[in-house]
Write a protein that binds this ligand. Structure first.
Ligand SMILES: [Zn+2]
Length: 147
């Protein structure tokens, strides 16, 4: 299941990526571009635009809330998304799947305390960011559990 979030739903797109779901964020372009992209790539449109949600035959979910946690909750319930299985498998910025990176390759690239504390690191093939399951990720887990 893949998604295309409209320009008002950038935060929701990041959260869906954190859950591991392939989600594009449509920053600019007109409705027709959005609909074409969704149709070509077989993506479900997530939108806050009632007009758009009624206009076309592309599968669309009208997002009701302005709060990102309620938005995520709506999508998770509607499509019965898996919350744990693919958590943290995708770059929240780029939408690409993360790859494991050997510990020795990050020694110069993360703070020394992080290097001493954590032993598994992931990297994004696009932006080259390094990820590890630190306190930030624990906080995310808690927020997701709160849903
Ligand atoms: Zn990235």
């Amino acid at each position: 299941m893949r998604f295309l979030a409209d320009s008002m739903l950038g935060k929701l797109a990041r959260w869906l990526r954190i859950l591991g779901y392939d989600t594009l964020y449509f920053r600019q372009g007109d409705d027709r571009d959005l609909l074409e992209l969704a149709s070509e790539e077989d993506r479900i449109i997530l939108t806050r635009d009632t007009r758009l949600s009624r206009k076309w035959l592309v599968p669309t979910l009208l997002i009701k809330s302005e709060q990102v946690e309620e938005q995520l909750s709506q999508v998770v319930r509607r499509f019965s998304l898996e919350m744990e299985e693919r958590l943290f498998s995708r770059c929240p910025e780029c939408n690409l799947l993360l790859k494991e990176i050997p510990e020795k390759d990050v020694v110069e690239r993360v703070p020394s305390l992080v290097y001493e504390t954590y032993h598994e690191f992931m990297t994004c093939p696009e932006c080259d960011r390094i990820y590890w399951r630190g306190t930030h990720w624990e906080n995310i887990r808690l927020r997701i559990a709160g849903l």
